[in-house]
Design a protein around this ligand. Structure first.
Ligand code: APR
Ligand code: PHB
Length: 401
């Protein structure tokens, strides 16, 4: 078996693994990434698209902003539409100038891969049989096969950045982790369409037919979502039905609003779930991003939480390598979880406020409308939504230079 050595072995080349490798390299800490998919696959996988202000800032501050600043769409607010009327929530005026950027997660992934490779970073794509070993002693190892050959990476620490379905979390022995889980009785049908976005900003709508979200990827590409049943089969959603349902769920009381239609390039159904494991670390294996937690997409927090985790992990690893200080590593899980749980609360709250839950009573439905009315009319409530949407402040300043 071929063996190599590095400081940090990273499993998974999603936003968490790639950004971690990038931040560490800037601090002079070496890493190697292993990824079971191909480079093309990870660069083309359509996922979320909202970057918090803090995510934009960290990408800019670490030399990843060039294409993002050119191609992303900066949004100063969102619209919440219910009872056929839209209500805008303005971010900069409610948050001391913060905004969000709409830029596809796969674009961030492309920029990160390009930056890692240009800096001499090592990413092994299309590996198989990945395993993480010996992380409860001081010499952990990642093993994998590439083109049939067995390989081993000996390292000081392993970062499990392999997403919700990865192997790192399940490699932690039973009894160590506690999982906190909530499944929702709905899913999102998402499409990517070659059509002009319906508006300049995102529109979240609440209707008696269910939730819809109008988002975008560029001035000519729309990203649109409909609440559907988790058991729904995409075959039961021909293009005409999708457009018809989008029109109905976004209609305004004056009848003037229409979603521009166009060819549908991609469609798929994603279940919605909240999930957290505690702690996010065992021995020398540190979980980050979706490997440790997932949120329903309504709050647009998934990728931003992955970024926040690896920022915290970088600070801890820098303290270890520069000063031999293990305090931050010991605090990694608790520091991440404080933010994770607030993002869980926000995502759960946005989800339950906006979706049609068939189990709800008429009382619940009226309470939901009252909540929407409150959050779009009280400045105090709007500020709370805005503060969470643009991203809660970090406890500590950016740890990377
Ligand atoms: N070995 C190697 N790589 C693996 C393995 C494995 N056994 N299992 C999964 N992977 C890879 C996946 O192919 C993927 O590229 O790990 C990567 C995990 O990336 P993401 O799923 O994007 O997770 P993360 O980096 O934590 O980013 C979180 O992704 O799912 C979205 O909404 C979520 O925006 C959030 C973001
Ligand atoms: C998206 O553009 O993909 C998107 C935007 C906002 C969300 C979720 C997804 O809340």
């Amino acid at each position: 078996m071929a063996s190599t050595r590095t400081q940090i072995g990273i499993v998974g080349a999603g936003p968490a693994g790639l950004l971690l490798s990038h931040l560490l390299a800037r601090e002079g800490i070496e890493s190697i990434l292993v990824e079971d998919r191909s480079r093309t696959y990870v660069e083309e996988r359509i996922r979320a698209g909202v970057l918090e202000q803090g995510t934009v800032d960290i990408l800019n501050q670490t030399g990843l902003g060039e294409r993002m600043n050119r191609e992303s769409l900066i949004h100063d607010g969102i619209e919440i539409r219910f009872n056929g009327t839209g209500h805008r929530i303005d971010f900069p005026s409610l948050t001391g100038g913060k905004r969000i950027a709409v830029y596809g997660q796969h674009e961030v992934v492309k920029d990160l891969i390009a930056a890692r490779l240009a800096d001499g970073g090592v990413i092994h794509f299309e590996v198989s049989d990945v395993s993480v070993n010996d992380f409860t002693d001081t010499a952990p190892k990642i093993r994998y096969r590439k083109a049939g050959e067995g390989n081993e990476i000996a390292c000081d620490f392993i970062a499990g950045c392999d997403g919700f379905h990865g192997i790192c979390r399940p490699s932690i022995p039973e009894g160590i982790l506690t999982a906190y889980d909530r499944e929702y009785p709905f899913a999102w049908l998402g499409i990517l369409a070659e059509s002009t976005p319906a508006a300049e900003e995102l529109i979240y709508t609440h209707t008696d037919r269910g939730f819809a979200l109008l988002s975008m990827r560029s001035p000519t590409l729309s990203r649109l979502y409909l609440q559907c049943n988790p058991e729904d089969d995409i075959a039961r959603w021909p293009d005409d039905r999708i457009w018809e349902e989008l029109q109905r769920r976004t209609a305004t009381a004056d009848g003037a609003f229409r979603v521009p239609e166009g060819p549908i390039l991609q469609k798929g159904i994603t279940p919605m779930r909240s999930f957290v494991v505690e702690p996010m670390q065992h021995g020398r294996l540190y979980l980050a991003g979706d490997a440790a937690h997932i949120v329903p997409p309504t709050g647009a927090k998934g990728m931003n939480l992955a970024v926040a985790d690896v920022r915290t992990l970088t600070t801890a690893l820098v303290a270890f390598y520069k000063n031999g200080d293990v305090t931050r590593l010991g605090e990694y899980s608790a520091r991440c979880l404080r933010r994770v749980w607030k993002a869980q609360r926000f995502s759960w709250w946005m989800t339950t406020m906006l979706h049609l839950n068939r189990a709800d009573s008429p009382f619940d439905r009226r309470r939901q409308i009252a909540e929407l009315d409150y959050v779009t009319s009280s400045e105090t409530a709007m500020r709370s939504l805005a503060e969470n949407y643009v991203g809660l402040p970090f406890d500590d300043p950016v740890a990377v230079n």
